[in-house]
Design a binder for this molecule. Sequence first.
Ligand code: ARG
Length: 256
Amino acid sequence: MKKKLVKLMAMAVASVMSIAVLAGCGGSKGGDTLVMGTNAAFPPFEFTTSEGLVGEFDGIDIAIANNIAASMGKTLTVEDMEFDGLIASVKTGKVDLVVAGMTATEERAQSVDFSDTYFVASQVMLVAPENEDITKAEDLKNDKNVGVVLGYTGDSIVTDTLGVAEEKITRANRAIDIVQDVKNGKLDAVVVDSATGKALAEKNGLKVVEDPTVFDTEEYAIAVKKGNTELLKQINKVLADMKESGEIDALAEKYN
Ligand code: ARG
């Protein structure tokens, strides 16, 4: 009898423990942690550094998400993953929100809910400093080897809007990898978001070519799981406060 009771109690303890372990592992933890999904290869919005704002992570988006977490009395956890997987990770609840310099596109808005926008960007072309034959977006169709990052808006603009031939397009996981290829001549141009493009161009001695007639403005927003209105409201409140106080502008200045 006694033995049975002990066994039962042990089973109860074990099951409580396994629930705790399950609740604590990976993904959206609820409780006092806010889990942000991002792709930390996109300076000045998110990048890694030896002493970041949250662990090794730093940048405009990390600072914004940190404020959102703080406003809810939570601590921020950063889940770094491939850009292409971000939408799925917020859809399935692996992360609570995606803050990744993500352009709020109609297509993506079918899978997630977007916050108010917090930054305006556009695509730019990065070319070698001595390059004279790429002065406008249409020039990319002129037998040029063009690099884009897989799943970025730049990818769909080069592929669909401009219609650059598929065999002339190189798709990478990170802009930094193909920037090297512009330097060493394997690629004629890389198309990427303006703020990131300017930062990468400066670091790597490349030239930035703009073409506002083809590259429309894009607006960044934060994504949550469809229907998560409570979190969305909180995000919008923090964004509004940060815009009004000039904090977003100050962050853009600081990290640029
Ligand atoms: N704005 C572009 C897009 O939404 C690129 C974003 C890349 N962000 C990142 N964290 N790697 O597709």
